[in-house]
Design a binder for this molecule. Structure first.
Ligand code: PHE
Ligand code: ZN
Length: 877
């Protein structure tokens, strides 16, 4: 362990920047080994700061070498500045001046993938959140917004494409024959939105005419072998641009919008002004190499980054505690966009299912934090499901409280009031409140209080009076640093069904409706419905109107009724999940205590009628058929027994499969598509149902299924079907699974994104020597420790390998810890994210828990990056 550990910074300590940078002029003399960066910063004291003598403190990094610094052309001698802890400190400055700084950086040795680095044959940058300081000394904070002009000098033969933000304004040659390109971005922006790309890239061009009639040039750049895989992203971009005009009245502002795909990237993509940089896994798509899920992801990420142009770039964050201001809102926007492009109910189920699995687990673990955190050690650790997904749920609740029209008034006011500013979550809520006249004072607690509220509902029906009472309580469990919790403002959408499954037209607060939103604001409240003609089955929390855990003692019959008859499609899924969770909970208990497994499954009956109902959206049928995942059941468990959960799931799956074997075979046949592959909502829906049916069918002893799997694998004309068959073969121990895996690799070894899928599936396969298999994958020629996608594929796949990862001897945990230690210094962000599974140690059953904890302690004894230190130390508290 280090002598001194990194310390936290606090929201309460926020101060305005003492200096501002009106203009930033950068020159990059690009070279793989050492790039020279010259900056000219037009600086002045911030009038809002009020102090006239605060020193100038610029942020830098240990990988930035300072060559020289000058003020208004006067080169500062070493005694006039100091370098302390990566900061450049200049004590005496004028009120306004030009600071010139020359630094050396080494893109080729940059394995952290922040700042300027190399990916394959190109140069690229990643500056959010604090990457710019790895390029040059700067006021690297989002409330310092500056107009950037960027000059790139490079060898044209190797780097014919040289890009930065804004518009290209000049192109020339140096005396040595190098090319000089100058870019200018007229919109003031924080340094985290800066980007530079250079490489020998192919481009796809297109054009978009905005609603006001301006032509915008659209360009997507990739390495030449990938340029045939960008058509889908380009179309998705145009759909996003149109949607933002129609839904939010937001038009694109520059004359050119560029996207570049890079292979080595820590995250999904980045919204740099006018020059988005994407992980190639979130941009490239073609039917033969890309699954349906990945097509949808490309569309969603393209939209997300594009939407940031307004929610993030034109209006940005004052400080990083406000990250959800841009991320929560932009996730809400991209979710709404995808809902509009496809099926809203399917999209909602997928998003909620993800939230309840992964965000709820985060909220219940040692890293739990509010959507607006109040402190952090390393901001990179706060690009979390809480900030993104729960942040989006908060915006969605505002949308529910205000309704479509007032919400739009609120967003218009927000963008208009704060255009060109760096603002806070409070400013966002204030705009919504001012535009709507709806009081959101109490609602704001959602931003500051961590943890998932538990909402418990009890009901009483009074037949003589035809009254129905719902008593609703809320309680939020303690989280680290927040032992006591206050009540939140929770919108709960409710409908009432009679015993035939019809909606009851009850009266609530004087109005007749079949769907009302109850506003829970206290720890306990009773809501009264009148004119209720018969005892209702309540459909609670429709569309998941708030990110809470709902508790109501439904009988299996009530759940079956909701599952088949609720007018809220989301709650039909939710009821099926609850029924499955109830049955699985019994089975998990049996498995844990070593009893033989047995269940009187009522889910089977529900699924039988579901499969028979041809009026349903096949995608919804597939979602309802999907059993609660291993991860979700782990989240629900008091104490996690991974193998018991796996056994229970498998048992219920086989039970359902055997009971409905013929229906699954038939559903499989009925959903085979003979026309050409299309990533349309309709076809995606049918393929998902087909795959779900095949997966159940593969659990039966019907000998026709093995042939069907092999046939689908061999003859598929698209990756969804091919990979779907392969996954089912691998997980159902198909006799040909091993040879299919090999054939798959041979067929696709030149397509890295497909190889990633192969790595992931291979690492997840159940085998006695699972760990040896994974070690073999990491030594495989296709593996590359520099590439985060590959690392995540193998280690993520291994994380899903229940028996291998949770082996009683702790070897799975030890292996993961070893990888974290190796990556800790090379790529701290990646290493830190890999820690997530280990942070759940407290909930594991005792034999496993001690082993996992020991690995965290072993990691903590190393010389750690801030990123890994924060997660590991907080997990051990
Ligand atoms: N801001 C990016 C997004 O959400 C995510 C990101 C964060 C990318 C940090 C890189 C680094 O769209
Ligand atoms: Zn984002």
């Amino acid at each position: 362990m280090k002598e001194s550990q990194p310390s936290a910074i606090y929201l309460k300590d926020y101060k305005v920047p003492p200096f501002l940078i009106d203009k930033t002029e950068l020159t990059f003399d690009l070279d793989e080994a050492t790039t020279v960066v010259t900056s000219r910063l037009h600086m002045r004291r911030n009038p809002l700061d009020g102090k006239s003598n605060a020193p100038l403190i610029l942020d830098g990094g240990e990988d930035v070498k300072l060559i020289g610094v000058a003020m208004d052309g006067y080169a500062l001698p070493p005694e006039e500045y100091q370098l302390v802890d990566d900061k450049l400190i200049i004590t005496a400055t004028a009120d306004s001046f030009i600071l010139t700084c020359e630094t050396l950086i080494e893109p080729q040795n940059n394995t952290r993938l922040e700042g300027l680095y190399r990916s394959s044959s190109m140069f690229c940058t990643q500056c959010e959140a604090e990457g710019f300081r790895h390029i040059t000394y700067y006021l690297d904070r989002p409330d310092v917004m500056s107009v950037f002009t960027t000059t790139i000098i490079a060898d044209e033969a190797r780097y014919p494409v040289m890009l930065s933000n804004g518009n290209e304004i000049e192109r020339a040659k140096t005396d040595e024959g190098k090319t000089v390109v100058v870019w200018h971005d007229p919109f003031p922006k924080p340094a985290y939105l800066f980007a530079l790309v250079a490489g020998d890239l192919a481009v796809k061009n297109d054009l978009f005419t905005t609603q006001s009639g301006r032509d915008v040039k659209l360009q997507i750049f990739t390495e030449s072998h990938n340029i045939d895989k960008v058509d889908y992203a380009m179309e998705a971009l145009k759909r996003s641009m149109r949607w933002d005009e129609e839904k939010y009245g937001r038009e694109y502002d520059l004359d050119i919008f560029m996207i570049v795909a890079v292979d080595d990237f820590n995250m999904g993509a980045m919204e740099n002004k006018g020059l988005n940089v994407f992980n190639s896994s979130c941009l490239l798509a073609s039917p033969k190499t890309t699954t349906d899920d990945a097509f949808l992801r490309v569309e969603a990420v393209v939209a997300h980054e594009y939407f940031h142009n307004w929610s993030g770039n034109r209006v940005t964050c004052r400080d990083w505690f406000q990250l959800s201001l841009k991320e929560g809102f932009t996730v809400f926007r991209d979710q709404s966009f995808s809902a509009d492009m496809h099926s809203a109910t399917v999209k909602r189920v997928e998003d909620v299912s993800f939230l309840k699995t992964a965000q709820f687990a985060e909220d219940a673990g040692p890293m739990a934090h509010p959507v607006r955190p109040s402190s952090f050690i390393e901001i990179s650790n706060f690009y979390t499901l809480t900030v993104y997904e729960k942040g989006s749920e908060i915006v969605r609740m505002i949308h529910t409280l205000l309704g479509e029209e007032l919400f739009r008034k609120g967003s218009d006011l927000y963008f208009e009031r704060h255009d060109g500013q760096a603002v806070t979550c409070d400013d966002f809520v204030a705009a919504m409140q001012d535009a709507s006249g709806i009081d959101l004072t109490l609602f704001k607690r959602w931003y500051s209080q961590a943890g998932t509220p538990i909402v418990t509902v009890e009901d009483t029906y009074l037949p003589e009076e035809q009254r129905y009472l719902l008593t609703i309580k809320q309680e939020t469990p303690a989280t680290p640093g927040q032992p006591t919790k206050l009540p939140l403002h929770i919108p709960i959408r409710v409908g009432l069904l009679n015993e035939q499954g019809q909606e009851i037209q009850a009266q609530y607060q004087g109005e007749h409706s079949t769907d009302v939103t109850l506003l829970l604001t206290e720890a306990e409240q009773t809501f009264e419905f009148t004119q209720v003609s018969s005892k209702p089955v309540p459909s609670l929390l429709r569309s998941f109107s708030a990110p809470v855990k709902l508790r109501y003692n439904y009988t299996a019959d009530q759940l079956l009724l909701l599952m088949s008859a609720d007018s809220d499609g989301f709650n039909r899924w939710s009821a099926a999940q609850q029924l499955a969770v109830n049955e699985l909970t019994q089975l998990i208990e049996q498995a844990s205590s070593g009893q033989p497994l047995a269940i009187e499954s009522q889910l089977v009956a529900g699924l039988r009628s579901l499969l028979a109902d041809e009026s349903l959206d096949p995608a919804m049928v597939a979602l309802i058929l999907a059993l609660p995942s291993q991860a979700y059941l782990s989240e629900l468990a008091e104490t996690i027994d991974p193998l018991a959960i796996r056994k229970a799931r498998q048992f219920l799956k086989v039970t359902i499969a055997n009971a409905l074997s013929e229906q699954f075979a038939q559903t499989y046949q009925n959903n085979i598509i003979t026309s050409d592959y299309q990533p349309s909502a309709q076809d995606i829906a049918r393929r998902s149902l087909k795959s779900m049916a095949l997966s159940y069918w593969s659990e039966t002893s019907d000998d026709k299924v093995k042939a069907a799997i092999a046939e689908q694998f061999a003859n598929a004309d698209n990756m969804t079907d091919q990979f779907g068959a392969l996954s089912i073969a691998v997980h159902s121990a198909h006799p040909d699974a091993a040879s299919m895996l090999n054939a798959f690799y041979e067929q696709w070894k030149n397509e890295p994104l497909v190889v990633n899928k192969w790595l992931m599936l291979s690492a997840s396969q159940d085998a006695d020597d699972a760990l040896a298999v994974v070690e073999g994958l990491m030594a495989h020629p296709s593996f590359d420790l520099k590439n985060p996608n590959k690392v995540r594929s193998v280690l993520g796949g291994f994380g899903q390998n229940v028996a291998g990862f949770h082996k009683e001897d702790g070897s799975g945990y030890r292996f993961l810890a070893d990888q974290i230690i190796v990556l800790n210094k090379r790529n701290p962000q990646l290493a830190s994210r890999l820690c997530t599974p280990l942070t759940r140690w407290k909930k594991l059953k005792p034999e496993l828990s001690v082993k996992m904890k020991a690995e965290l302690e072993r990691i903590l004894a190393e010389d750690l990056s801030k990123d890994v230190y924060e997660v590991v130390s907080k997990s051990l508290v």
